[in-house]
Design a protein around this ligand. Sequence first.
Ligand SMILES: *Cc1c(COP(=O)(O)O)cnc(C)c1O
Length: 499
Amino acid sequence: MLYQSTRNSVDKITSANAIVKGISNDGGLFVPEKMPQVSLEEIKQLSDMSYRERAKKIIGLFLTDFTAEDIDYCVDNAYTAKKFETDDIAPVHFLNDTTNILELWHGPTCAFKDMALQILPYFMTTSIKKCNIDKKVVILVATSGDTGKAALEGFADVEGTGIIVFFPEDGVSNIQKLQMLTQEGENVGVASVFGNFDDAQTGVKKIFGDKEYNKILEENNIMLSSANSINWGRLLPQIVYYFSAYADMVKAGKISNGDKINVCVPTGNFGNILAGYYAKNMGLPVHKFICASNCNNVLTDFINTGVYNKNRQFNTTISPSMDILISSNLERLLYDVTKDETAVEGWMKKLFTQGEYEVDNATKEVIKNNFFGGYCDDASTKETIGKVWNENKYLMDTHTAVAYNVYMQYVEKTGDKTPTVIASTASPYKFNEAVLSALSPETSFDGIDVFELVDMLNVKTGLKVPASLAELKEKKVRFDYKCEKEDMSKLVSQILKIK
Ligand SMILES: *Cc1c(COP(=O)(O)O)cnc(C)c1O
């Protein structure tokens, strides 16, 4: 299995190469040259496997330049009972006959990013060896909150690597900020950027594309790589849990093997939902993908009209990990649908220069057939959290609630009763202030210390506080870097101690 850029179908590289590089030199994203197929018989076999065994099976289909021992090493070290609070790793909560919640937040940072970022460092170090690289690989991350912490946790003190995370100064929750600023490890750096997530992401992409700066890094024996979902090593582990959820539903008798399901995902950078779409291309029986956005509803409009237009107001919401106007992984979807690198490159150039592009009718059609797009504002998000708690005693975080709300809109519009998997992407404790105010709309939680909020949510719901959040109280803040978006490379040099 080889990989190519979404902007060049001629040059092919190995998976190890694609993982180390992160993003293609032409600005495109790496995609597998074809999708491996998984038969219904093989899906049935997954039902009797542990999460680790399922992961080995799916990941092995893509990383054909890794040996079976390499893959065992990566999977067995990433998905351990020590790092995840449940040995199921990604359990499905059966809420009712049609609604099934895939809980992806039992990892060390309480968000679904752990599913990929716990294994990426093992992919990365294995790939570095395979590519005979003797440089230090420095991971640059732009984060809307969850990726940053999960990447720091995954890469901390991993030999031969360094990691620097940029987050928007006013765009992350208190818990997220504390989680990052208290990160331990000798090879980590954390800085905030004056701006929003898109500013941080654009700044990081600029550093990747800055030939002169990369030369300076090279002279210092450093190369850059990415842990954002533009890296193939981020997307691949996310394909696994869609198969896993399906296998769990078959096992529990919720569906028969071969039955179609819907998949509903709270979406930002389009990585998570794209992994589900790839699973469908591999043979997972999926009817519709429900793409849920918050008020930054650029994807809702795109799915409904075929016009992608980022020229609009950027909203800061209570689901900050979805406050994104440039969904990077859409490029991979467009390539998969069109197989036309020239068209994809043209659209991406237009997005860069004009902030807008429109896809052709055939592409619109395929996207409409596969995806339903909807969005939900902060008030409805809170209402949804309150409603599901009152009716089912099931507590959702703000992102998952956006997905649940949009799923309800979908059911109302279509009457579709297909069993649906909702990707639950964060622990409610991570967004405790919004969740508390959803449960007690009359009360103000303004200005209350975050740890007190954690305790209040615990008292109110009786749900266990994740160990990593409980421990946060004792941790020291280690970083105080802040910078303008123009000065991000300067800060990288400062953190890496190069002139
Ligand atoms: C990152 C994130 C999302 C968005 O996922 P994408 O892959 O960027 O679409 C949704 N919810 C939470 C909690 C996240 O951390």
